[in-house]
Design a protein around this ligand. Sequence first.
Ligand SMILES: Cc1cc2nc3c(=O)[nH]c(=O)nc-3n(C[C@H](O)[C@H](O)[C@H](O)COP(=O)(O)OP(=O)(O)OC[C@H]3O[C@@H](n4cnc5c(N)ncnc54)[C@H](O)[C@@H]3O)c2cc1C
Length: 405
Amino acid sequence: MNTDYDLMIVGSGLVGASLAITLADQGLKIALIDANPPHNPAGRPSYDDRGIALAYGTRRIFEAMHVWRDLEPDAESIKAIHISDRGHFGFTHLRAEEENVPALGYVLTARRLGQTLLAHLAKNTGLDIIAPAKVTAIDNQPEQVTVEVAQADHQCRLSAKLLVAADGTHSFVREQLQMPTVRLAYGQTALVANITPEQPHANCAYERFTDTGPVALLPMSEGRCKLVWTVLDDQAEAVMALDGQAFMQAFQQRFGYRLGYFQRVGERQSYPLGLLRARQSVRARVVVIGNAAHTLHPIAGQGFNLGIRDVAALVDVIRENRNDIGAAKALQQYQAWRESEQRVMARATDGLARLFTNPLWSLRLGRNLGLLALDAMPFAKHRLSRAAMGLNGRLPSLARGIPLG
Ligand SMILES: Cc1cc2nc3c(=O)[nH]c(=O)nc-3n(C[C@H](O)[C@H](O)[C@H](O)COP(=O)(O)OP(=O)(O)OC[C@H]3O[C@@H](n4cnc5c(N)ncnc54)[C@H](O)[C@@H]3O)c2cc1C
């Protein structure tokens, strides 16, 4: 086995795997290290049954990576997004046709996405996949970075010019390098399930803001919808314990009857919610991306979409700095590019999560007028649609649909 690489990627979740696939045939010596067994998605957050919403911009990146054709058959398109405040008058409607795109986004299960990425990884014989293996120590020096890797029966040291940490919310690398973070607890838990409504979803996604937190219903295949229901932490256990029928009735109270009565609900999962953002995402020879750099409230389904845009930007920076992919100049270039979108997206999802749970009538009135005004202002709606599609700001080559040469 090699011990000296150009690039080491820690974490083969959705984000780390996407980076490895994209760079696999670019003439770099790459190691991909993950604590879980290779090609076995069981028990990993990136590979569970929850539906995941992919922005239109993410589709473009996957097209340029030659991955989209394998995802498309299972991806249900989102043609419209209806945003409203439960029990109040404000609402707005975003539509794909107004943006001249075939869809604002797509929904498929994280499991399907994960399996497809793992299948593409398996085709890339140029990569060293080191798993199950845990990074247990890190030494980043100006000229190279070295890690200790623990496997079942032995320990080894690996070095590289650049280490990319895609090791998730509890990132070992970020913690070890004491990178400063902003952390907020919401006291909310997201309940996620697939649910079948009486009426066809007609490819419309619904975001409703309620006094206990937002709920979302996203169109999926076979007439199902992905439900994301945010409840206060102290209610989560009781709601999870309801039987299927009682759960659907309780959700019906929150969501209303816009799609008729709910008919069936699948397995439910719960995720405690918080916000985490690394104030800086680079250190000497190290860059932190994906959930390790920013873990968002799932209110707008943007976490992975932001992570794949980290991947696309990093790929451009690496290709522009072929002589030394981990040089300080390259890392500063990456940070300057990504910092503002990461900060804006974290603030926006945090603001939405808080604003819409505030019971003050003046805020309620303001946000309802805001939603109505938004509906009447094509330019503001266009900006919101572009943000939801991941098409605002400076776009990396992959996000413009340009495959790597
Ligand atoms: C309820 C919910 C709904 C969501 N819905 C959406 C949505 O609709 N759209 C969207 O874009 N996003 C959504 N997200 C966010 C999305 O799921 C995440 O952003 C994405 O899965 C993060 O992937 P990742 O690869 O960054 O991290 P992870 O999936 O956490 O992967 C990290 C990997 O690192 C490995 N690892 C960790 N430590 C080590 C170590 N020391 N050594 C070696 N390996 C290590 C782990 O084994 C793991 O495989 C949602 C999230 C939640 C909770």
